[in-house]
Design a protein around this ligand. Sequence first.
Ligand SMILES: Cc1cc2nc3c(=O)[nH]c(=O)nc-3n(C[C@H](O)[C@H](O)[C@H](O)COP(=O)(O)O)c2cc1C
Length: 182
Amino acid sequence: MKQLFLMLVTAFAITSCGQHAQEKTLVVYFSHTNNTATIAEYIQSLTDADTFRIEPVMPYPSVYEQHEPIAKKERDEQARPALKAEVENLNEYDVIFIGFPIWWEDAPMIIATFLENHDFTGKTVVPFCTHGGGGSGQAFDQVKKYASSAKYLEGYQVKGSRATSDKPNVEQWLKRIGRVKN
Ligand SMILES: Cc1cc2nc3c(=O)[nH]c(=O)nc-3n(C[C@H](O)[C@H](O)[C@H](O)COP(=O)(O)O)c2cc1C
């Protein structure tokens, strides 16, 4: 009986590891001032994922005073800003990290455009964000709403000004959710 149990456990472990090894991971992110891009790079290097940077057709101004009203209008109107390019082969990926800055406690509307353009059925989505100190607000719930067919893993958030020294925390989080490459 004990031997049978051990055989079953071993078979399950082999099957699980095999599946995990075969999983393909993509890190998709939008970043206006590169804080989120920094976290995306850490995730990429720790998971061996591919990456895709979301770019808007109409770039946001670099001067905050010009950028702020545009982004606010998009949020108020629940706009769907157009993407310069799409991920053509999203169906090949099993796990998709999606990262962005927090804009007025929300995910930027371009994240809604991206998520609504794809079918996440059978995929696992992992949100991450950087912010100015206010936390992730309602953004992770919004991601779940925009891609409601996906399964979700625990998200990650960090203050943008800490991004450049945050790799150890990113690694801890990835270990917690079982996503660090061997
Ligand atoms: C238009 C706008 C709105 C913002 N709203 C918030 C907010 O509600 N809460 C917060 O903590 N930070 C807010 N921030 C700060 C950004 O989330 C933060 O600087 C983030 O790290 C920027 O990421 P990025 O460099 O990837 O673009 C806002 C920034 C901008 C430009």
